[in-house]
Every structure is written in structure tokens, then in C-alpha cells.
Design a binder for this molecule. Sequence first.
Ligand code: NDP
Length: 338
Amino acid sequence: MSEQTLPTTARAWHLDSRPEGRPTASNVSLREVDLPAPGPGQLLVANEYLSVDPYTRGRMSDKKSYVEPYEVGTPLDGSAVGRVLASNAEDFAPGDYVTHILGWRDYAVVDAPDAQKVDPNLAPLTAYLGVLGASGLTAYVGLERFAKIKEGDTVFVSGAAGAVGTQAGQIAKLKGAGRVIGSAGSDEKVKLLVEEYGYDAAFNYKNGPVAEQLAKAAPDGIDVYFDNVGGEHLEAAIGALKLHARIVLCGMISQYNNETVVGPRNLWNLVVTRSDILAFNFAEELDLQPEFIREVGGWLAEGKLHHRETVREGLDSTLDAFLGMLRGENVGKMIVKL
Ligand code: NDP
């Protein structure tokens, strides 16, 4: 594209008001904004795929969290992958593909240090938002560094059919887990977990109390719980711990639309079983990225790791994709294709 035809406006989703409970269309709007020419050290990127993520719900509120809340009246952001249209930065050229964090819009002016080059010939572009991106790394870091997964472990993963969960179950198995159990919110997802993602057992948490279903799937208890959900799932997992078990708190999506987080009532069982409970954020563990790319990239290339995305079309569908993800309409990573 020549200089003359570079876009001078972009369409970007903005936060109009803070949601109370589940977000709705009245909380956000898609607006046209001016797009400045890239300055020194900046790139102009045409986004091709956007990621919609649970943490965006947290940033729409102004509660204390590990990332700053969005300001009302300003654009939302999130991970994206796109093509460089113009570059004023060394090491980047028009035609390069990059991941960056100015998603929820069609075009973005990105500071070069915030962009990572990706190779579309090594993996499909969407993989860099999912299996080879933050979701895959989150699953890897949680199991490897925090759960310290061991040969023969019985592992329970909640949110098992989602972006992180589909990878966590498979990575656990590839790292030697003896039995992997997943929970998800529909019978179709449960079937996929067992037939496609190699889970040894799975259940639909909407079909009955989690503790009862988990006890049937893991009659001898669990060594590791990878928590994506919190609430009733976390309490059930604490109740099922074997001796010296490990719980990793990755996320608590069952609580994100609640004003007050419901906590487990049986923490004493951590003492009884001398178990660990640890929380993490993948963004603080990026030193594991090279190892993750080597190991998980290798499994992908060998066909040992399955992944899929749920793809919505068009920038206008971003809100629907986000709300659909919160409602469980995705299997694997929820992505918007522009
Ligand atoms: P997913 O792809 O798993 O999508 C979210 C899923 O959550 C939905 O598909 C839905 O599946 C499930 N869900 C929604 N509401 C509930 C509920 N009330 N109870 C149980 N499940 C529910 O998202 P991600 O893989 O991106 O994220 C998974 C978790 O990991 C989130 O908690 C997220 O915040 C966390 N996370 C943490 C990171 C970290 O560094 N610690 C990094 C990335 C994500 P279903 O149909 O099964 O209900």
C-alpha cells in the first residue's frame, strides 16, 4: 500500500459506561476515530484477527485488579494480530505480521516495543492468539511452574473446553499426568473433551453438584486442580485433594460478573492434606516463553496437540464474540476475523 492510501481513520470499540453484572450493548459502542500517521519508532498495523478475553470484563469495572481499568469514554484494547502497513521502526517492514495489544479496532498505531513479529508460514495467524499465544502459555506456565506437574498425577481442569482449558488438559497429559478430568458447561463440550482433547473423564457442571460429579470422575481424589472458574468448582476441588496436592488459581470466571466473590468454605482441607494453593499471571512468567514455544510448538508440529478456534466475522461482531465467550459459546479460543 502506498503512503497516499494509508488509512487516516479507524473504527474502535469504546467503553461508554461500567457494567453492573453481565455487560450489555449499552456499555460499549463502535466509534470512528482519527488515526495519526505513525511517528518515530511506531508501526501502522491493519488488524486481521482480534482476541476477546475474560480479563476484559474485569477491566470494564474499576475494582482493584492486576491491570488498570479502562477509562470510560476511551477505546478498549486486547490482543490482536495484524499486518504492518507502514513502519518507522527498525526491524519492522510493511508486510510483516505482528501481535500486539491494540485490539478491539481495525487499524492501530503501535509502538514497536509492544509488537512481536510472527511467522504466518510456521503456524496460522490465529494460533498466535491461542495455542501459541497467551492462552497456551498460560496453560503451560500454570502446570509447569506452579502445579509442578508430575508423572502419574490426577489433574482436574475447569473451564476445560475453553482456550486455556483445552490446552491445559492436553499439556498435563503430554507431561505425564495419569488421569485428566475436565468440566465444561454443555454435554457437547464434554463429548469433545474426551473424544478430541484426550481427557480421561469429563462432566457438565450444569448437570449436578460439582463435588458429586468430581467424586465420581476421581474416586481416589486429585493431585492438581487447574482453576479457571472459582466458586463452587474451587470448593469441590479443595474437598477432593489428595495428600500434598497443588491448586493453581488461573482465573475465576464464574465470579467476574458478581459484585462479591464467593469463596470456598473448606480451606481447612488444605491443612489436612498439606496442599499448596498458588495464583499466577502468565505475563509475569515470560521467561518460560522460549521453552513453551519449543515444547508446545514441537507437539503441534508432530500433531500431538489439538486446537480449534471459534471464529466470528467482522469488527461489528466483536461485542457479540466477547459476550458469547462469557456465556460459553466458544470451544477453544474465541476470535474475531476482520
Ligand atoms: P475461555 O476460552 O475458557 O472462555 C471462557 C469460558 O468460561 C466459557 O467458554 C465458558 O465455558 C466458561 N464460563 C463462563 N461462565 C462460567 C461459569 N459461571 N462457570 C463455569 N464456567 C464458566 O477463556 P480463557 O481460556 O481465555 O480463560 C479461562 C480462564 O483463565 C479465565 O478465568 C481467565 O480469566 C483466566 N486467564 C488467566 C490468565 C492468567 O495469566 N492467570 C491468562 C488468561 C486467562 P462453559 O461452556 O464451560 O461454561
